[in-house]
Design a protein around this ligand. Sequence first.
Ligand code: G1P
Ligand code: ZN
Length: 543
Amino acid sequence: MTILTQRCTPFDGQKPGTSGLRKKTRIFMQPGYVECFVQSIFNAIGGAEGKTLVIGGDGRYFNAEAIQTILRMAAANGAALAIVGQGGLLSTPAASNLIRQRGADGGLILSASHNPGGIDADFGLKFNSANGGPAPETITNAIFEQTKTIDSYKTLDAPDIDLDRIGQTTLGDMRVAVVDPVTDYAALMEELFNFDALRALFASGFTMKFDAMHAVTGPYATAILEDTLGAPAGTVLNGVPSVDFGKGHPDPNPIWAKPLVDLVMSDDAPDFAAASDGDGDRNMILGRGIYVTPSDSLAVLAANAHLAPGYARGIAGVARSMPTSAACDRVAEALAVECFETPTGWKFFGNLLDAGRVTLCGEESAGTGSDHVREKDGLWAVLLWLNILAVRKMSVRDILQDHWRTYGRNYYSRHDYEAVDAAAANDLMADLTAKLDDLAGQSFGGCTVIGSDSFSYHDPVDGSVSHNQGLRINFEGGGRAVLRLSGTGTEGATLRVYLERYEAPGGDLNIETQEALREIAQATAAISGLAERTGRTEPDVMT
Ligand code: G1P
Ligand code: ZN
Protein backbone atom coordinates (compact mmCIF):
# COMPACT_ATOMS: atom_id res chain seq x y z
CA MET A 1 0.00 0.00 0.00
CA THR A 2 1.45 3.33 -0.99
CA ILE A 3 0.92 6.67 0.62
CA LEU A 4 -0.35 9.17 -1.93
CA THR A 5 -0.10 12.93 -1.65
CA GLN A 6 -2.97 14.40 -3.67
CA ARG A 7 -3.19 18.01 -4.78
CA CYS A 8 -6.38 19.83 -3.87
CA THR A 9 -7.89 23.30 -3.85
CA PRO A 10 -9.73 24.75 -0.85
CA PHE A 11 -13.52 24.60 -0.68
CA ASP A 12 -15.36 27.68 0.50
CA GLY A 13 -17.29 27.62 3.74
CA GLN A 14 -15.68 24.72 5.58
CA LYS A 15 -16.29 26.56 8.82
CA PRO A 16 -17.34 24.41 11.78
CA GLY A 17 -20.56 25.74 13.31
CA THR A 18 -22.31 25.05 16.62
CA SER A 19 -21.43 21.38 16.27
CA GLY A 20 -18.89 20.71 13.53
CA LEU A 21 -19.26 21.10 9.79
CA ARG A 22 -22.84 20.64 8.58
CA LYS A 23 -23.74 20.75 4.90
CA LYS A 24 -26.01 19.14 2.38
CA THR A 25 -24.92 15.56 1.72
CA ARG A 26 -24.16 16.29 -1.94
CA ILE A 27 -21.73 19.00 -0.88
CA PHE A 28 -19.87 16.50 1.28
CA MET A 29 -19.92 14.02 -1.61
CA GLN A 30 -17.96 16.32 -3.95
CA PRO A 31 -14.60 14.78 -4.81
CA GLY A 32 -12.00 16.00 -2.33
CA TYR A 33 -14.46 17.71 0.04
CA VAL A 34 -14.17 15.28 2.96
CA GLU A 35 -10.45 14.93 2.23
CA CYS A 36 -9.77 18.68 2.45
CA PHE A 37 -11.67 18.98 5.71
CA VAL A 38 -10.12 15.92 7.32
CA GLN A 39 -6.58 16.93 6.33
CA SER A 40 -7.32 20.39 7.74
CA ILE A 41 -8.33 18.75 11.03
CA PHE A 42 -5.13 16.70 11.12
CA ASN A 43 -3.04 19.77 10.29
CA ALA A 44 -4.79 21.85 12.94
CA ILE A 45 -4.15 19.32 15.71
CA GLY A 46 -0.47 18.99 14.95
CA GLY A 47 -0.76 15.95 12.70
CA ALA A 48 -2.12 12.45 13.24
CA GLU A 49 1.29 10.77 13.65
CA GLY A 50 1.20 8.08 16.34
CA LYS A 51 -2.29 9.04 17.45
CA THR A 52 -5.29 6.96 18.43
CA LEU A 53 -8.56 8.11 16.90
CA VAL A 54 -12.14 7.00 17.49
CA ILE A 55 -14.25 7.07 14.34
CA GLY A 56 -17.98 6.49 13.96
CA GLY A 57 -21.24 8.10 13.07
CA ASP A 58 -25.00 8.00 13.19
CA GLY A 59 -25.35 5.73 10.17
CA ARG A 60 -26.86 8.29 7.84
CA TYR A 61 -26.40 8.21 4.07
CA PHE A 62 -22.68 8.52 3.15
CA ASN A 63 -21.57 7.57 6.72
CA ALA A 64 -19.83 4.36 5.68
CA GLU A 65 -18.15 5.85 2.59
CA ALA A 66 -16.83 8.85 4.51
CA ILE A 67 -15.44 6.56 7.23
CA GLN A 68 -13.46 4.57 4.65
CA THR A 69 -11.98 7.83 3.33
CA ILE A 70 -11.10 8.98 6.85
CA LEU A 71 -9.48 5.65 7.71
CA ARG A 72 -7.25 5.74 4.62
CA MET A 73 -6.26 9.32 5.44
CA ALA A 74 -5.61 8.55 9.11
CA ALA A 75 -3.35 5.67 8.07
CA ALA A 76 -1.52 7.82 5.51
CA ASN A 77 -1.05 10.55 8.10
CA GLY A 78 0.64 8.08 10.44
CA ALA A 79 -2.11 7.39 13.00
CA ALA A 80 -1.30 4.37 15.17
CA LEU A 81 -4.77 3.08 15.90
CA ALA A 82 -8.33 3.74 14.72
CA ILE A 83 -11.18 2.49 16.89
CA VAL A 84 -14.31 2.21 14.76
CA GLY A 85 -17.86 1.26 15.70
CA GLN A 86 -19.16 -1.86 13.97
CA GLY A 87 -20.91 -0.93 10.76
CA GLY A 88 -19.45 2.56 11.19
CA LEU A 89 -22.01 3.22 13.92
CA LEU A 90 -21.35 5.09 17.15
CA SER A 91 -23.77 7.32 18.95
CA THR A 92 -22.18 10.66 19.78
CA PRO A 93 -22.13 9.98 23.56
CA ALA A 94 -20.76 6.47 22.97
CA ALA A 95 -18.00 7.96 20.81
CA SER A 96 -17.22 10.44 23.57
CA ASN A 97 -17.06 7.58 26.05
CA LEU A 98 -14.74 5.51 23.85
CA ILE A 99 -12.35 8.44 23.41
CA ARG A 100 -12.14 8.78 27.18
CA GLN A 101 -12.06 5.11 28.14
CA ARG A 102 -9.48 4.11 25.56
CA GLY A 103 -7.32 7.16 26.14
CA ALA A 104 -7.63 8.21 22.50
CA ASP A 105 -6.20 11.48 21.24
CA GLY A 106 -9.53 12.45 19.72
CA GLY A 107 -12.26 11.33 17.43
CA LEU A 108 -14.06 12.06 14.21
CA ILE A 109 -17.82 11.88 14.57
CA LEU A 110 -19.98 11.78 11.47
CA SER A 111 -23.42 13.18 12.09
CA ALA A 112 -25.80 15.97 11.30
CA SER A 113 -27.55 15.16 14.56
CA HIS A 114 -31.28 15.82 14.33
CA ASN A 115 -31.22 16.92 10.68
CA PRO A 116 -32.72 14.50 8.13
CA GLY A 117 -30.43 12.06 6.32
CA GLY A 118 -30.21 11.02 2.67
CA ILE A 119 -28.51 12.10 -0.52
CA ASP A 120 -30.68 15.24 -0.64
CA ALA A 121 -30.61 15.83 3.10
CA ASP A 122 -27.81 16.67 5.51
CA PHE A 123 -24.40 15.38 6.54
CA GLY A 124 -21.89 16.49 9.13
CA LEU A 125 -18.45 15.86 10.52
CA LYS A 126 -16.81 17.08 13.69
CA PHE A 127 -13.65 16.60 15.65
CA ASN A 128 -13.70 15.79 19.35
CA SER A 129 -10.67 16.25 21.56
CA ALA A 130 -8.96 13.87 23.98
CA ASN A 131 -11.41 14.77 26.76
CA GLY A 132 -14.16 13.28 24.56
CA GLY A 133 -15.84 16.62 23.93
CA PRO A 134 -16.35 18.75 20.83
CA ALA A 135 -13.19 20.62 19.99
CA PRO A 136 -13.12 24.08 21.58
CA GLU A 137 -13.26 27.21 19.44
CA THR A 138 -9.48 27.62 19.41
CA ILE A 139 -9.26 24.31 17.53
CA THR A 140 -12.32 24.78 15.31
CA ASN A 141 -10.96 28.19 14.30
CA ALA A 142 -7.59 26.63 13.52
CA ILE A 143 -9.30 23.97 11.41
CA PHE A 144 -11.16 26.65 9.48
CA GLU A 145 -7.91 28.53 8.86
CA GLN A 146 -6.37 25.35 7.46
CA THR A 147 -9.33 24.78 5.11
CA LYS A 148 -8.67 28.14 3.47
CA THR A 149 -5.17 27.30 2.26
CA ILE A 150 -5.08 23.53 2.06
CA ASP A 151 -3.34 22.38 -1.13
CA SER A 152 -2.74 18.68 -0.56
CA TYR A 153 -3.90 15.73 1.47
CA LYS A 154 -2.45 12.33 2.24
CA THR A 155 -4.26 9.11 1.61
CA LEU A 156 -3.53 5.46 1.10
CA ASP A 157 -3.89 3.44 -2.05
CA ALA A 158 -5.90 0.73 -0.31
CA PRO A 159 -9.26 -1.01 -0.59
CA ASP A 160 -12.12 -0.53 1.88
CA ILE A 161 -11.91 -2.47 5.11
CA ASP A 162 -14.76 -4.63 6.42
CA LEU A 163 -16.52 -2.50 9.03
CA ASP A 164 -19.06 -5.19 9.86
CA ARG A 165 -16.64 -7.69 11.40
CA ILE A 166 -15.67 -7.05 15.01
CA GLY A 167 -11.96 -7.48 15.62
CA GLN A 168 -8.52 -6.13 14.81
CA THR A 169 -7.10 -5.55 11.37
CA THR A 170 -4.55 -3.24 9.79
CA LEU A 171 -4.61 -0.58 7.14
CA GLY A 172 -1.09 0.20 6.01
CA ASP A 173 0.81 0.62 9.27
CA MET A 174 -2.27 1.63 11.24
CA ARG A 175 -4.14 -0.82 13.44
CA VAL A 176 -7.91 -0.75 13.11
CA ALA A 177 -10.14 -2.08 15.91
CA VAL A 178 -13.76 -2.59 14.93
CA VAL A 179 -15.70 -2.63 18.21
CA ASP A 180 -19.25 -3.31 19.29
CA PRO A 181 -20.74 0.18 19.55
CA VAL A 182 -22.92 -0.64 22.56
CA THR A 183 -20.81 -2.70 25.01
CA ASP A 184 -18.64 -0.01 26.65
CA TYR A 185 -21.48 2.47 26.76
CA ALA A 186 -23.88 0.01 28.38
CA ALA A 187 -21.24 -0.82 31.00
CA LEU A 188 -20.89 2.86 31.84
CA MET A 189 -24.66 3.21 32.27
CA GLU A 190 -24.67 0.25 34.63
CA GLU A 191 -22.06 2.00 36.80
CA LEU A 192 -24.19 5.15 37.06
CA PHE A 193 -27.66 3.75 37.58
CA ASN A 194 -29.33 1.21 39.81
CA PHE A 195 -30.10 -1.45 37.23
CA ASP A 196 -31.67 -3.71 39.88
CA ALA A 197 -34.18 -1.01 40.77
CA LEU A 198 -34.91 -0.50 37.08
CA ARG A 199 -35.40 -4.24 36.55
CA ALA A 200 -37.82 -4.25 39.48
CA LEU A 201 -39.63 -1.26 38.02
CA PHE A 202 -40.24 -3.00 34.70
CA ALA A 203 -41.09 -6.27 36.48
CA SER A 204 -43.81 -4.42 38.39
CA GLY A 205 -45.63 -3.66 35.15
CA PHE A 206 -44.33 -0.13 34.57
CA THR A 207 -44.83 0.70 30.90
CA MET A 208 -42.57 2.69 28.61
CA LYS A 209 -42.08 3.52 24.95
CA PHE A 210 -38.77 4.71 23.54
CA ASP A 211 -38.79 6.08 20.01
CA ALA A 212 -35.36 5.65 18.42
CA MET A 213 -36.65 7.45 15.32
CA HIS A 214 -34.90 4.92 12.99
CA ALA A 215 -31.62 6.38 14.18
CA VAL A 216 -28.52 5.33 16.06
CA THR A 217 -29.99 4.76 19.55
CA GLY A 218 -32.05 1.77 18.38
CA PRO A 219 -29.35 -0.82 19.17
CA TYR A 220 -28.39 0.92 22.43
CA ALA A 221 -31.96 1.20 23.70
CA THR A 222 -32.84 -2.35 22.73
CA ALA A 223 -29.74 -3.76 24.43
CA ILE A 224 -30.19 -1.74 27.63
CA LEU A 225 -33.95 -1.38 28.08
CA GLU A 226 -35.22 -4.64 26.66
CA ASP A 227 -32.32 -7.11 26.86
CA THR A 228 -30.77 -5.95 30.15
CA LEU A 229 -33.55 -4.29 32.15
CA GLY A 230 -36.35 -6.59 31.06
CA ALA A 231 -38.67 -4.05 29.48
CA PRO A 232 -41.04 -5.97 27.20
CA ALA A 233 -40.16 -6.42 23.54
CA GLY A 234 -41.73 -3.56 21.63
CA THR A 235 -40.75 -0.98 24.26
CA VAL A 236 -38.30 0.39 21.69
CA LEU A 237 -40.03 1.80 18.62
CA ASN A 238 -38.32 2.39 15.25
CA GLY A 239 -35.23 0.68 16.62
CA VAL A 240 -33.43 -0.28 13.42
CA PRO A 241 -31.16 2.51 12.15
CA SER A 242 -31.64 3.41 8.50
CA VAL A 243 -29.62 5.73 6.25
CA ASP A 244 -32.53 8.14 5.82
CA PHE A 245 -34.10 7.64 9.27
CA GLY A 246 -37.17 6.10 7.68
CA LYS A 247 -37.47 9.32 5.67
CA GLY A 248 -38.21 11.09 8.94
CA HIS A 249 -36.73 14.02 10.74
CA PRO A 250 -34.87 12.48 13.70
CA ASP A 251 -35.46 15.36 16.08
CA PRO A 252 -37.12 14.38 19.35
CA ASN A 253 -39.54 17.24 19.81
CA PRO A 254 -43.34 17.51 19.77
CA ILE A 255 -43.37 18.24 16.03
CA TRP A 256 -41.12 15.51 14.68
CA ALA A 257 -41.95 12.89 17.29
CA LYS A 258 -45.64 13.69 17.18
CA PRO A 259 -46.87 10.07 17.14
CA LEU A 260 -45.18 9.52 20.50
CA VAL A 261 -46.67 12.71 21.93
CA ASP A 262 -50.09 11.67 20.64
CA LEU A 263 -49.62 8.31 22.33
CA VAL A 264 -48.89 9.76 25.77
CA MET A 265 -51.88 12.07 25.43
CA SER A 266 -54.17 9.12 24.57
CA ASP A 267 -55.99 6.54 26.70
CA ASP A 268 -53.27 4.02 25.83
CA ALA A 269 -50.52 6.17 27.29
CA PRO A 270 -47.57 4.34 28.84
CA ASP A 271 -46.25 5.52 32.22
CA PHE A 272 -43.19 7.02 30.59
CA ALA A 273 -42.01 7.75 27.06
CA ALA A 274 -38.88 9.18 25.52
CA ALA A 275 -37.20 9.71 22.18
CA SER A 276 -33.69 10.41 20.98
CA ASP A 277 -32.25 12.02 17.87
CA GLY A 278 -30.16 10.97 14.87
CA ASP A 279 -26.89 10.60 16.77
CA GLY A 280 -28.31 9.81 20.20
CA ASP A 281 -27.32 12.90 22.14
CA ARG A 282 -30.74 14.54 22.45
CA ASN A 283 -33.74 13.39 24.42
CA MET A 284 -37.41 14.13 24.80
CA ILE A 285 -39.13 13.15 28.04
CA LEU A 286 -42.85 12.46 28.30
CA GLY A 287 -45.12 11.07 30.96
CA ARG A 288 -48.74 10.02 30.82
CA GLY A 289 -50.55 13.13 29.60
CA ILE A 290 -47.50 15.38 29.84
CA TYR A 291 -44.55 16.75 27.85
CA VAL A 292 -41.55 17.77 29.94
CA THR A 293 -39.89 20.84 28.52
CA PRO A 294 -36.12 20.22 28.30
CA SER A 295 -35.31 23.11 30.61
CA ASP A 296 -37.60 21.62 33.26
CA SER A 297 -36.11 18.20 32.68
CA LEU A 298 -32.64 19.57 33.48
CA ALA A 299 -33.97 21.18 36.66
CA VAL A 300 -35.74 17.99 37.78
CA LEU A 301 -32.62 15.92 37.09
CA ALA A 302 -30.48 18.38 39.05
CA ALA A 303 -32.86 18.25 42.00
CA ASN A 304 -33.06 14.43 42.01
CA ALA A 305 -29.75 13.18 40.62
CA HIS A 306 -28.60 12.08 44.08
CA LEU A 307 -31.18 9.29 43.90
CA ALA A 308 -29.01 7.49 41.32
CA PRO A 309 -25.87 5.71 42.61
CA GLY A 310 -23.53 7.55 40.23
CA TYR A 311 -24.56 10.89 41.72
CA ALA A 312 -25.27 9.81 45.29
CA ARG A 313 -22.64 12.20 46.64
CA GLY A 314 -24.51 15.12 45.11
CA ILE A 315 -23.63 17.40 42.22
CA ALA A 316 -20.75 19.85 42.11
CA GLY A 317 -22.66 22.40 40.06
CA VAL A 318 -24.85 22.80 37.05
CA ALA A 319 -24.44 24.63 33.73
CA ARG A 320 -27.01 25.58 31.15
CA SER A 321 -26.80 27.36 27.83
CA MET A 322 -27.90 30.98 28.05
CA PRO A 323 -31.20 30.51 26.13
CA THR A 324 -32.17 27.60 28.43
CA SER A 325 -34.67 28.59 31.12
CA ALA A 326 -33.48 29.52 34.58
CA ALA A 327 -35.38 26.62 36.18
CA CYS A 328 -32.13 24.83 37.08
CA ASP A 329 -30.70 28.02 38.61
CA ARG A 330 -33.28 27.79 41.37
CA VAL A 331 -32.33 24.21 42.08
CA ALA A 332 -28.64 25.13 42.16
CA GLU A 333 -29.41 27.91 44.60
CA ALA A 334 -31.33 25.53 46.86
CA LEU A 335 -28.50 23.01 46.72
CA ALA A 336 -25.95 25.78 47.27
CA VAL A 337 -23.90 24.73 44.24
CA GLU A 338 -22.50 26.82 41.40
CA CYS A 339 -24.60 27.53 38.32
CA PHE A 340 -23.13 28.68 34.99
CA GLU A 341 -24.68 30.26 31.91
CA THR A 342 -22.78 29.41 28.72
CA PRO A 343 -23.28 30.09 25.02
CA THR A 344 -25.31 27.63 22.94
CA GLY A 345 -23.37 24.49 22.01
CA TRP A 346 -22.01 21.64 24.08
CA LYS A 347 -18.40 22.62 23.50
CA PHE A 348 -18.75 25.39 26.06
CA PHE A 349 -19.44 22.91 28.87
CA GLY A 350 -16.17 21.03 28.36
CA ASN A 351 -13.92 23.24 30.50
CA LEU A 352 -16.41 23.37 33.37
CA LEU A 353 -16.79 19.59 33.34
CA ASP A 354 -13.04 18.99 33.06
CA ALA A 355 -12.41 21.35 35.96
CA GLY A 356 -14.97 19.54 38.12
CA ARG A 357 -16.98 22.74 38.53
CA VAL A 358 -20.21 21.16 37.25
CA THR A 359 -21.69 17.67 37.21
CA LEU A 360 -24.83 18.26 35.12
CA CYS A 361 -25.31 20.36 32.00
CA GLY A 362 -28.20 21.02 29.72
CA GLU A 363 -29.62 22.95 26.84
CA GLU A 364 -33.19 23.86 26.00
CA SER A 365 -32.71 22.03 22.70
CA ALA A 366 -33.29 18.66 24.38
CA GLY A 367 -29.70 18.12 25.40
CA THR A 368 -28.85 16.93 28.88
CA GLY A 369 -25.71 15.29 30.14
CA SER A 370 -23.20 14.95 32.93
CA ASP A 371 -19.52 14.54 33.59
CA HIS A 372 -19.68 10.84 32.59
CA VAL A 373 -18.86 11.87 29.00
CA ARG A 374 -18.24 15.19 27.26
CA GLU A 375 -21.32 15.19 25.03
CA LYS A 376 -24.97 15.43 25.82
CA ASP A 377 -26.48 12.00 26.16
CA GLY A 378 -30.05 11.05 25.27
CA LEU A 379 -30.24 7.57 26.76
CA TRP A 380 -28.41 8.67 29.88
CA ALA A 381 -31.15 11.25 30.52
CA VAL A 382 -33.80 8.58 29.98
CA LEU A 383 -32.09 6.21 32.42
CA LEU A 384 -31.68 8.93 35.05
CA TRP A 385 -35.38 9.73 34.75
CA LEU A 386 -36.18 6.03 35.09
CA ASN A 387 -33.96 5.78 38.16
CA ILE A 388 -35.75 8.74 39.73
CA LEU A 389 -39.18 7.31 38.88
CA ALA A 390 -38.14 3.96 40.38
CA VAL A 391 -37.06 5.57 43.65
CA ARG A 392 -39.77 8.19 44.05
CA LYS A 393 -42.59 5.93 42.88
CA MET A 394 -44.49 8.91 41.50
CA SER A 395 -45.77 9.67 38.02
CA VAL A 396 -43.89 12.07 35.75
CA ARG A 397 -46.75 14.52 36.11
CA ASP A 398 -46.63 14.41 39.92
CA ILE A 399 -42.87 14.85 39.94
CA LEU A 400 -43.21 17.97 37.81
CA GLN A 401 -46.07 19.40 39.84
CA ASP A 402 -44.08 18.80 43.00
CA HIS A 403 -41.07 20.50 41.40
CA TRP A 404 -43.05 23.59 40.42
CA ARG A 405 -44.66 23.82 43.85
CA THR A 406 -41.18 23.81 45.36
CA TYR A 407 -39.24 26.06 42.98
CA GLY A 408 -41.90 27.85 40.94
CA ARG A 409 -42.36 27.32 37.20
CA ASN A 410 -40.38 28.80 34.34
CA TYR A 411 -42.87 28.76 31.51
CA TYR A 412 -40.75 28.27 28.44
CA SER A 413 -40.95 27.79 24.71
CA ARG A 414 -38.68 28.13 21.69
CA HIS A 415 -40.12 29.38 18.42
CA ASP A 416 -38.14 28.54 15.29
CA TYR A 417 -38.50 30.34 11.98
CA GLU A 418 -36.78 28.09 9.48
CA ALA A 419 -35.29 28.70 6.03
CA VAL A 420 -35.71 32.44 6.43
CA ASP A 421 -34.00 34.63 3.85
CA ALA A 422 -30.47 34.91 5.26
CA ALA A 423 -30.08 38.61 4.49
CA ALA A 424 -33.41 39.46 6.14
CA ALA A 425 -32.47 37.46 9.23
CA ASN A 426 -29.05 39.09 9.45
CA ASP A 427 -30.60 42.54 9.10
CA LEU A 428 -33.11 41.78 11.83
CA MET A 429 -30.34 40.78 14.20
CA ALA A 430 -28.10 43.71 13.24
CA ASP A 431 -30.86 46.28 13.67
CA LEU A 432 -31.98 44.79 16.96
CA THR A 433 -28.38 44.80 18.18
CA ALA A 434 -28.11 48.47 17.28
CA LYS A 435 -31.11 49.44 19.34
CA LEU A 436 -30.49 47.22 22.38
CA ASP A 437 -29.25 50.13 24.48
CA ASP A 438 -32.41 52.15 23.91
CA LEU A 439 -34.98 49.51 24.79
CA ALA A 440 -34.94 49.79 28.57
CA GLY A 441 -38.02 51.57 29.86
CA GLN A 442 -40.05 51.06 26.69
CA SER A 443 -43.32 49.12 26.86
CA PHE A 444 -44.71 46.80 24.23
CA GLY A 445 -48.26 45.70 24.96
CA GLY A 446 -48.21 44.78 28.64
CA CYS A 447 -44.46 44.15 28.70
CA THR A 448 -41.89 46.69 29.81
CA VAL A 449 -38.24 46.14 28.97
CA ILE A 450 -35.89 46.49 31.92
CA GLY A 451 -32.66 45.67 30.11
CA SER A 452 -31.19 44.06 27.04
CA ASP A 453 -27.79 43.04 25.77
CA SER A 454 -25.78 40.85 23.45
CA PHE A 455 -24.49 37.89 25.43
CA SER A 456 -20.74 37.48 25.84
CA TYR A 457 -19.29 34.54 27.71
CA HIS A 458 -16.17 34.74 29.83
CA ASP A 459 -14.98 31.20 30.36
CA PRO A 460 -14.05 31.03 34.06
CA VAL A 461 -11.63 28.16 33.45
CA ASP A 462 -9.45 29.26 30.53
CA GLY A 463 -10.34 32.96 30.46
CA SER A 464 -11.44 32.92 26.82
CA VAL A 465 -14.21 35.26 25.73
CA SER A 466 -16.93 34.51 23.17
CA HIS A 467 -18.95 37.45 21.91
CA ASN A 468 -22.26 37.73 20.02
CA GLN A 469 -23.86 34.66 21.54
CA GLY A 470 -27.46 35.83 21.34
CA LEU A 471 -29.54 38.92 22.08
CA ARG A 472 -31.33 39.05 25.43
CA ILE A 473 -34.31 41.19 26.31
CA ASN A 474 -35.44 41.15 29.94
CA PHE A 475 -38.92 42.25 30.90
CA GLU A 476 -40.33 43.52 34.14
CA GLY A 477 -41.63 40.66 36.29
CA GLY A 478 -38.96 38.15 35.25
CA GLY A 479 -39.95 37.55 31.62
CA ARG A 480 -37.26 37.16 29.00
CA ALA A 481 -36.80 36.79 25.26
CA VAL A 482 -33.64 35.66 23.53
CA LEU A 483 -33.01 35.85 19.80
CA ARG A 484 -30.22 34.13 17.94
CA LEU A 485 -29.48 32.61 14.57
CA SER A 486 -28.91 28.90 14.34
CA GLY A 487 -25.38 27.68 13.68
CA THR A 488 -26.44 24.23 12.50
CA GLY A 489 -28.93 24.95 9.72
CA THR A 490 -28.08 24.13 6.11
CA GLU A 491 -30.72 26.19 4.31
CA GLY A 492 -31.10 29.98 4.56
CA ALA A 493 -31.19 31.13 8.16
CA THR A 494 -33.06 29.73 11.13
CA LEU A 495 -34.14 32.38 13.60
CA ARG A 496 -34.65 31.06 17.10
CA VAL A 497 -36.78 33.04 19.53
CA TYR A 498 -36.65 31.76 23.11
CA LEU A 499 -39.45 32.89 25.45
CA GLU A 500 -39.61 32.57 29.20
CA ARG A 501 -41.73 33.74 32.12
CA TYR A 502 -41.39 32.86 35.77
CA GLU A 503 -44.31 32.05 38.04
CA ALA A 504 -43.59 31.73 41.76
CA PRO A 505 -44.63 28.60 43.72
CA GLY A 506 -47.84 30.22 44.96
CA GLY A 507 -48.90 31.39 41.46
CA ASP A 508 -50.82 29.74 38.65
CA LEU A 509 -48.64 26.77 37.75
CA ASN A 510 -50.89 25.16 35.16
CA ILE A 511 -51.45 27.66 32.37
CA GLU A 512 -51.09 26.33 28.84
CA THR A 513 -47.51 27.19 27.87
CA GLN A 514 -48.10 29.22 24.70
CA GLU A 515 -50.90 31.08 26.45
CA ALA A 516 -48.62 31.88 29.37
CA LEU A 517 -46.04 33.31 26.96
CA ARG A 518 -48.33 35.10 24.52
CA GLU A 519 -47.69 38.65 25.73
CA ILE A 520 -43.95 38.17 25.76
CA ALA A 521 -44.07 36.64 22.27
CA GLN A 522 -46.06 39.61 20.97
CA ALA A 523 -43.74 42.12 22.58
CA THR A 524 -40.74 40.34 21.07
CA ALA A 525 -42.30 40.34 17.62
CA ALA A 526 -43.01 44.05 17.94
CA ILE A 527 -39.49 44.88 19.12
CA SER A 528 -37.76 42.88 16.39
CA GLY A 529 -40.15 43.59 13.49
CA LEU A 530 -40.25 39.85 13.01
CA ALA A 531 -43.31 39.57 10.77
CA GLU A 532 -42.41 42.44 8.43
CA ARG A 533 -38.81 41.32 8.05
CA THR A 534 -39.27 37.59 7.69
CA GLY A 535 -42.74 37.48 6.18
CA ARG A 536 -43.68 34.96 8.87
CA THR A 537 -46.47 35.29 11.38
CA GLU A 538 -46.24 31.77 12.83
CA PRO A 539 -43.13 29.81 13.78
CA ASP A 540 -42.37 26.58 11.92
CA VAL A 541 -41.59 24.72 15.12
CA MET A 542 -42.51 25.41 18.73
CA THR A 543 -40.87 23.30 21.39
C1 G1P B 1 -28.69 23.62 17.96
C2 G1P B 1 -29.18 23.83 19.36
C3 G1P B 1 -28.02 23.78 20.32
C4 G1P B 1 -27.27 22.48 20.16
C5 G1P B 1 -26.89 22.27 18.71
C6 G1P B 1 -26.27 20.89 18.47
O1 G1P B 1 -27.79 24.63 17.60
O2 G1P B 1 -29.87 25.05 19.47
O3 G1P B 1 -28.50 23.94 21.63
O4 G1P B 1 -26.12 22.46 20.95
O5 G1P B 1 -28.03 22.38 17.87
O6 G1P B 1 -27.14 19.86 18.80
P1 G1P B 1 -28.22 25.91 16.72
O7 G1P B 1 -28.85 25.37 15.47
O8 G1P B 1 -29.24 26.64 17.54
O9 G1P B 1 -26.96 26.67 16.50
ZN1 ZN C 1 -27.71 15.15 18.10
